[in-house]
Ligand binder design. Sequence first.
Ligand code: C5P
Length: 225
Amino acid sequence: KQYTALLPAAGIGSRMQASLPKQYLRLGEQTILETTAKVFLSHPAIKNLIIVLHPNDTWFYQLPLAKDGRINTVVGGDERADSVLAGLKAAKQDEWILVHDAARPCITQSDISKLISAVEQQQCGGILATQVRDTMKRGADGKIAQTVSREQLWHALTPQMFKVKQLKDNIQNALLTGTAITDEASAMEWANCPVSLVTGRSDNIKVTCPEDLALAKWFISQQQN
Ligand code: C5P
């Protein structure tokens, strides 16, 4: 069976303090976006990619990747959830989709396979996640208010895999009620649909700050998939 992947890449990456959006920064030979897209395009279970771009994006069509016939592009919105919605509207409604941050270039083929096989028989979909290792504190006014048990805490990663129509309806309705939707799973939670946690690799980082770029480069150099 083959699936579509959706890459939101319409952010401006203000925390990178770079002159161009972070997805267009280089990791060696190619940009972050190309690195991420190629992991999906070379996976046998991925048939096509929807890439969501900023309305003023002038970089994407300069990439050789733009000529790949398996890629569709759409224009995103102000928040990540708006960009994902725009992508979902361009997808086949009765299929599964894997939503993955363009800014997570260290994703591996094996983690994509692991997510698909764990989720394709589920009702509500699932996400890659890693268990929290540090002791977690809730803060108030710069002081510790409480230690929060880490036993049940996970870091939500991507890809996150859901049925297109179900995800689209839940994001739309959750946004209408003013719920914060920072990942796809939050929209499913809003609809009380239990999302599976699938343990992923901890090197699947999101490039957010300047120092993450060197880390991502090093992780990729160490991977054998
Ligand atoms: O800003 P953040 O690191 O959370 O963004 C995660 C991903 O979502 C990035 O790949 C970014 O390009 C994308 N994004 C988007 N539309 C927005 C904001 C972020 O597609 N409005």
